[in-house]
Design a protein around this ligand. Sequence first.
Ligand code: 13P
Length: 288
Amino acid sequence: MIKLGDKMLVNFNEMLQNAKKGKYAVPHFNINDLEWTKYILEECQNENTPVILGVSEGAAKYMGGFNTIAGMVKGLIQDLGITIPVCLHVDHGTSFETCKKAIDAGFTSVMIDASKLPLEENVKTTKEVVEYAHSRGVSVEAEVGHIGGTEDNITSTETNATLEECEVIYQQTGIDALAPALGSVHGFYKGEPNLDFDRMKKINEMLPIPLVLHGGSGIPDDKIAMAIQCGTSKINVNTEIQDAWSKAVREFLQNDDKAIDPRKIIGSGEKAIKEKVREKIELFQKTK
Ligand code: 13P
């Protein structure tokens, strides 16, 4: 745990181990700016639930960089009196350098996503990140197979993870959580999501670490419940929050073509973000 004055940011280990034992999932919400971060923190505090704030490389660049974000999150925790456990996590870090930069800036968790590389190289990069991260109390998530769809304007095709790949990456790197690609995609689904629950269950029985479900937007409630039953302890959501926020802001602007105050424009999506965050928290805790 990394202390920040009298409040703290934590890695995800304790929150995810508790979730795995208790058969519920901790929400990972992607953040895009100050307002999103504030609304998400306030709503999670309201619901008294731990939260993982996910920052993609694109979002980090947009907001100025990892130092800016770490400072912003620490400041919000202090100024808003947030007392729930908060984990600040890099989402889909593509290199050791990215993860190192984030850790040096004060992030308490990283995802190294070297899943586009052959398994051997994925293992090598992930191991390097684990060594750097663990010696600083930072947790590490890795990916095998490849999660498809569109994120940060990058579109890729999915490949499902095999049991062997999961076993190899876990045994050879010492990661804290694993995101095996099993049919979920980033962004909106074309048709019904087709998740391989059988394999998810087998991976969960084989490995002691929590599993992560990416592409949490647009998965029907019963499939979310099933994923949690099959060992998923962290569920990532971005698109549904973007969708809810943008609809609210669009409506606000259509009804007030004189609005110029950015606080009013961005803030017109506050209620929509908070409602969506609450809905996901309740859904992920249903089995608790
Ligand atoms: P969605 O955008 O589909 O919710 O996925 C988010 C995600 O998996 C971030 O890593």
